[in-house]
Design a protein. Structure first.
Length: 187
């Protein structure tokens, strides 16, 4: 069956026709994907993006202007380039390079795999951070973030500090932003 016949069937809901087209062009997707590098990812991630581009080509192809093969390559290429560009943008760096307040400083942290030296350094770092936070957080923010780091819920923080849940959440969020800003300045 020709590509155009399969596309017509696929666009009318025939899953077998769609699968046939995806299999037919899978090697083309792999070929395009291998020519790119995705920071923090693997070639398989790019192949997956390319397959999404191919699926889009199957769904959106309109005969007339170009052949399906050329349209498919264009969609595959654009999808992979878009994925590579997204991965190299720095707008997500704060999320990708952030330090979790709860993971690093709670008492629930599993310490069985740490040697005594690492435990001592961790305790000293926690104490230093808590002391430095006192210089740029208000007393209310300090109290709320301390309870948050200890693992208390917003309801518990509100109850213990005599605030509303919204006020406790605002204090925690302000404290997080101030801490993140301070950590960024120190880098």
């Amino acid at each position: 069956m020709s590509d155009e016949e399969l596309i017509r069937l696929a666009q009318s809901g025939d899953a077998t026709a769609t699968e046939t087209l995806l299999q037919r062009y899978k090697n083309a997707v792999k070929s395009v994907a291998r020519s790119f590098f995705l920071e923090g990812g693997e070639t398989e991630d790019l192949i997956q993006e390319g397959m999404c581009g191919l699926y889009t080509a199957v769904q959106n192809f309109r005969p007339g202007k170009m052949s399906f093969k050329n349209f498919a390559f264009l969609c595959i290429y654009r999808r992979i380039v878009s994925a590579v560009r997204s991965a190299t943008r720095q707008k997500h760096d704060p999320l990708n390079k952030s330090v979790s307040l709860t993971d690093n400083f709670t008492e629930e942290r599993i310490i069985s795999d740490l040697d005594p030296e690492e435990m001592l350094i961790g305790n000293e770092s926690r104490k230093e951070l808590m002391e430095s936070m006192k210089t740029y957080l208000s007393d209310g923010e300090m109290e709320c973030i301390r309870l948050y780091i200890e693992g208390h819920s917003l309801t518990e923080i509100a109850s213990r500090t005599g605030r509303s849940e919204k006020s406790a959440d605002n204090a925690v969020q302000r404290a997080k932003k101030k801490i993140a800003k301070k950590l960024e300045e120190e880098r």
